[in-house]
Write a protein that binds this ligand. Structure first.
Ligand code: HEM
Length: 397
């Protein structure tokens, strides 16, 4: 008898039923870590005065044994990830190829804890980097995550609302889409159990959710200035791989307190490291030729990566729709869901054109230019258009 792949339980993979890959209860670090927290609170002014490196050089080494909760580890990853990027890129023309042990050693350990590459990634910049502006916290996480005015970043290079929007609009979009995680898994479970199910309603919810996700993008357009993003925020997210021309020919060396060191070459943070979108791609049967986003999996927390691996053993909703060619309503509902997903990707191409391609042309000011790359290293527009065009469905005639 053929064994069916087990349905993964999202909660076993650090995925919340309500908020998905976004943790619902971001939490302060214990008081012991005040030296890290103080530095990150002052990050914008320390970067402006170019004094962050000196402060980090003087920082006492703290142990990681006071990180008691998974939320503490997440917060430590955010703080140390931002401090590391700031240390390297404080001076644009003169990046530091060394990260001292005071932050480098605990950062390496925190990355080992999460099974992720030793660099600030999308999880640190966006998913785990939210908090509520209200002093009382966030009694209703999903509601808070739906309102940009209620949110701010825990860590920020510039301390601006522009950067809050850049960091947190992806977080809001993932939280808005989170309901699809259990919904799609349940649809697969019901079909595996041979249960009668209303797939048309499931697909209607998908279509509605995709358009709500796209509907959150104005929060980015209204709050984040493209030139400011391009010149001030983006440069702080740069990775150490392929950074020869930026002054890092040999990556970045993390020092350890025992005199050992580790050489790292990583790309920068990008929502291309999200696990949510590959999850949707798989369960909606959208296949991509490019292997670029597979490479990005090394930058996801291991649990999210393992969740995707478990999901990818399951059949897709496209397979279920395919098996019922006579059901015209089902074919139409699937088409509408895929169209809405594609529409989200079209809106995202517009974002990337506004925030990367246009500022890069403006900066070149008519001089010959090489196309600006994404923070994760892709040539964004052709790559993202291909991703969008592969988000397609032709109903059975
Ligand atoms: C200023 C805002 C943004 C810029 C400049 C931007 C840029 C990019 C770039 C350049 C890539 C290609 C990978 C790389 O080289 O980094 C990418 C991929 C991606 N971005 Fe964005 N992005 C932005 C906003 C968003 C938002 C708000 C989301 C929502 C979650 C998002 C989700 C994604 C996803 C899922 C991918 C992978 C490709 C796909 O699945 O279609 N991005 N982005």
């Amino acid at each position: 008898m053929l064994t069916r792949p087990p349905l993964p339980n999202p909660e076993e993979y650090d995925i919340d039923i309500e908020t998905g890959f976004v943790p619902p209860n971001p939490t302060e670090l214990p008081a012991y870590y005040a030296p890290w927290c103080n530095l990150v609170s002052d990050l914008p002014s320390l970067l402006q005065s170019k004094t962050l490196r000196a402060k980090v050089d003087d920082l006492a080494s703290l142990q990681i044994d006071q990180l008691n909760l998974q939320e503490h580890w997440q917060r430590a990853y955010v703080i140390l990830g931002f401090l590391t990027q700031a240390y390297v890129w404080q001076e644009k023309e003169n990046p530091s190829a060394i990260v001292p042990a005071s932050i480098g050693e605990p950062f390496l350990k925190v990355c080992e804890h999460f099974g992720t590459a030793p660099v600030l990634s999308y999880a640190g910049g966006s998913l785990w980097n939210w908090t509520s502006v209200a002093p009382g916290g966030h009694a209703n996480p999903l509601e808070t995550l739906g309102n940009f005015q209620a949110l701010k970043s825990v860590a920020s290079f510039t301390g601006t609302r522009d950067e809050d929007a850049f960091n947190l609009v992806p977080t809001m979009i993932e939280a808005r889409g989170a309901r699809l995680v259990q919904l799609l898994l349940n649809a697969i479970r019901d079909s595996q159990n041979g249960e009668q199910q209303d797939l048309v309603s499931v697909l209607d919810i998908c279509a509605r959710t995709f358009s709500e996700m796209a509907g959150l993008l104005p929060n980015l357009h209204d709050n984040c200035d493209p030139m400011f993003f391009f010149s001030e925020i983006r440069r702080m997210l740069a990775g150490s791989a392929g950074a020869e021309l930026k002054g890092l020919p040999d990556g970045v060396t993390f020092q350890r307190s025992n005199g050992h060191h580790e050489v790292v070459r990583c790309v920068g943070a990008s929502a291309g490291q999200s696990a949510f979108f590959p999850f949707l791609d798989h369960l909606l049967g959208v296949r991509h030729e490019s292997k670029f986003l597979l490479e990005m999996r090394a930058y996801m927390p291991k649990k999210h990566r393992e969740f995707l691996e478990a999901v990818e053993l399951l059949p897709s909703l496209r397979d279920l729709v395919h098996d019922q060619p006579q059901d015209a309503a089902l074919q139409t509902a699937f088409q509408l869901a895929i169209d809405a997903f594609k529409h989200w990707r079209t809106k995202h191409v517009v974002v990337v054109s506004r925030y990367v391609s246009q500022p890069s042309k403006a900066q070149a000011n008519g001089k010959p230019m090489v196309e600006a790359k994404g923070t994760a290293g892709s040539l964004p527009i052709p790559f993202l258009k291909q991703y969008r065009d592969e988000t397609t469905f032709t109903p059975t005639p």
